[in-house]
Ligand binder design. Structure first.
Ligand code: IMP
Ligand code: MG
Length: 177
């Protein structure tokens, strides 16, 4: 695998920009076929990690949609999952009766999603689905995303929105530290 020097340290490329682009386009087209205009699709990106994925994904979805965000408490520089999740920003758009698509960067333990779904259900959307760019397949319980970009190795990944202590989000590819 390709080793790249990214300023502070060497990273190992896992998914190239080209691979990501192709896969994101594929998922976007599939999402477009799954929903109809009547669903009033609202895409909720979980900040900050999903920002690049979300931006590319929505441009590949060929139906009307709206975009808003969810902000949850972050892991900071820790490499382990926390059991506590706080919602720091709530979408300003009305979710009632609409098809909600939550866009996550990566599912690791599943803790974030398991805590997030009930919080969104409270707004009484018509449906809730999840699209995750990466899935480590560590989670044994809880909801599984309807769309997954790539199965990921159980390593700490950065790039294409994912960070380690806020570094590396801007990398156009996904790498392991
Ligand atoms: P979970 O709650 O354990 O499923 O972890 C989900 C969240 O943890 C993601 O939304 C990421 O923000 C963060 N996370 C988990 N694994 C990684 C990783 O390998 N790199 C960067 N962030 C990660
Ligand atoms: Mg995240």
């Amino acid at each position: 695998m390709q080793k790249l020097f990214e300023g502070k340290q060497t990273v190992r490329m896992i998914f190239s920009a080209d691979e990501i682009e192709a896969r994101v386009h594929e998922i976007g087209c599939d999402i477009g076929k799954t929903y109809s205009e009547r669903d009033h699709l609202i895409v909720l990106g979980v900040l900050k990690g999903s920002f690049i994925f979300l931006a590319d994904l929505v441009r590949s979805i060929p139906i009307s949609l709206q975009v808003d965000f969810l902000v949850t408490s972050s892991y900071g520089g820790n490499k382990v999952s926390s059991n506590e999740l706080q919602l720091l920003y709530i979408p300003t758009v009305d979710l009632a009766g609409r098809a909600v698509l939550i866009v996550e960067d990566i599912v690791d333990s599943g803790t974030t999603l398991n805590a997030l779904i009930p919080l969104i259900e409270a707004y009484e959307p018509r449906s809730i689905e999840v699209c995750a760019l990466l899935h480590k397949r560590v989670a044994k319980i809880g909801i599984s995303p309807r769309w997954v970009g790539f199965d990921a190795p159980n390593e700490f990944l950065v790039g294409y929105g994912l960070d380690h202590a806020e570094d590396f989000r801007h990398l156009p590819y996904i790498a392991s530290l």
